[in-house]
Design a protein around this ligand. Structure first.
Ligand SMILES: *Cc1c(COP(=O)(O)O)cnc(C)c1O
Length: 371
């Protein structure tokens, strides 16, 4: 495909997300020595900026990996094989967290919720009451596959204030877009990725770890090497990373963070909230149905919409892409073919969503949807 055509696309996948021109340019600056003074300044500035966005004074590390790398890191740095943990899932990314914990030998109590529903915090309380041996709770903040934001604040009150267990959070599609005060909600380990809310390409992952998380690290026996956070800590003390970092993405990140911080977190959250609301109202107005069963928990970073039975989903998505230049995301896991998703996170404006809604209005009748 010619590059000009790609440039004209309205990329509405919930990651990767569009990148502002100045950030694109910044990422083409000359390479520097990652063991030199310029790099020290870069890693310190970006780590600092990330702590502001995470709203935390906890330790925080930048990993060269996709978001899943940070999820894996959260598990292997705090747990041992045989540790009893709860992993809540209501979608594809919840399932992934379960799988990671199982892969490394955790004894996972898997709590399943309907895809489209929010995790019920009371159900977590009930399990924690029943089984005092549980060491940690793993939870996805925003389930990207279903467009649902779980009530992390309520979950953290139970997991932390009532039971004092470790709380590990997948915040890949929420951090920097939806309110997530890491210290305010007492989250021990929080993992996210660069390509969702940070206006830069895929390839970096960010992870914060609390003092309690470090205590768990002392006993944690799961194998780890590349993702060992103590290696990251030792290197950061010298203004470095243990392995060769993605320097270009860090240039972009520095600018992305400047943008988020100068816009102000409250304003960033407000923008996502109003665009999310606008998107949901628009699709409902077209006669489409949200996948989220409780609209008050529908996500402000991604809207998942039921694929109407009467239409050919593949043809519909192709027409949106080829005729309208709007790139939507399909369904994941068991939702494949049953839903489509509109990402509205990171560098997004209301106009981007207006374009999507207008394109939907033109394409839906052509594929046989009458509303
Ligand atoms: C995108 C995403 C991930 C990470 O996916 P990667 O492809 O590894 O970056 C994890 N969890 C959620 C909720 C996500 O949206």
């Amino acid at each position: 495909m010619p590059l000009t055509k790609i440039a004209q696309q309205n990329l509405r996948t919930p990651g990767p997300t569009p990148i502002p021109d100045d950030i694109m340019e910044e990422m083409s600056l000359p390479m520097i020595n990652h063991r030199g003074p310029e790099f020290k300044e870069l890693i310190e500035a970006t780590t600092d900026g990330l702590k502001q966005v995470f709203m935390t004074t906890n330790d925080l590390y930048i990993l060269t990996a996709s978001g899943t790398g940070a999820l894996e890191s959260s598990v292997v740095n705090t747990l041992s094989p045989g540790d009893r943990v709860i992993a809540c899932t209501a979608g594809s990314f919840g399932d992934r967290y379960v799988q990671i914990a199982q892969t490394y030998g955790a004894d996972v109590l898997r709590m399943d919720f309907e895809w489209g529903d929010a995790i019920d915090p009371e159900a977590i309380r009930a399990e924690l009451r029943k089984d005092p041996s549980i060491k940690a709770v793993l939870v996805t903040h925003n389930e990207t596959s279903t467009g649902v934001t779980h009530d992390l604040e309520a979950i953290s009150r139970i997991v932390k204030s009532e039971f004092d267990k470790l709380l590990l959070v997948d915040a890949v599609s929420s951090l920097g877009c939806l309110p997530l005060p890491v210290d305010g909600w007492n989250c021990d380990v929080v993992a996210t990725g660069s390509q969702k809310g940070f206006m830069i390409p895929p390839g970096l992952a960010f992870i914060s770890i609390s003092a309690r998380g470090w205590e768990a690290y002392q006993d944690a026996k799961m194998p780890r090497f590349y993702f060992d956070l103590m290696a990251a800590e030792r290197s950061l003390q010298r203004g470095q990373t243990p392995w060769t970092p993605n320097v270009a993405l860090l240039y972009g990140l520095r600018l992305g963070l400047d943008r988020i911080i100068s816009e102000g977190l409250e304003s960033v959250y407000g923008r996502h909230a109003s665009i999310g609301e606008y998107c949901r109202a628009g699709v409902k107005n077209l006669g489409l149905q949200l996948l989220a069963t409780d609209e008050s928990r529908a996500s402000n970073t991604v809207t998942a919409i039921k694929m109407p039975d009467e239409i050919d989903g593949g043809k519909f998505m192709a027409m949106m892409r080829e005729d309208e230049g709007v790139v939507l995301a399909g369904g994941q896991g068991k939702l494949t073919g049953h839903c489509f998703r509109i990402g509205h996170l990171g560098w997004v404006t209301k106009e981007d969503i207006t374009e999507v809604l207008e394109a939907l209005e033109r394409v839906l009748p052509k594929v046989g949807f009458s509303g």
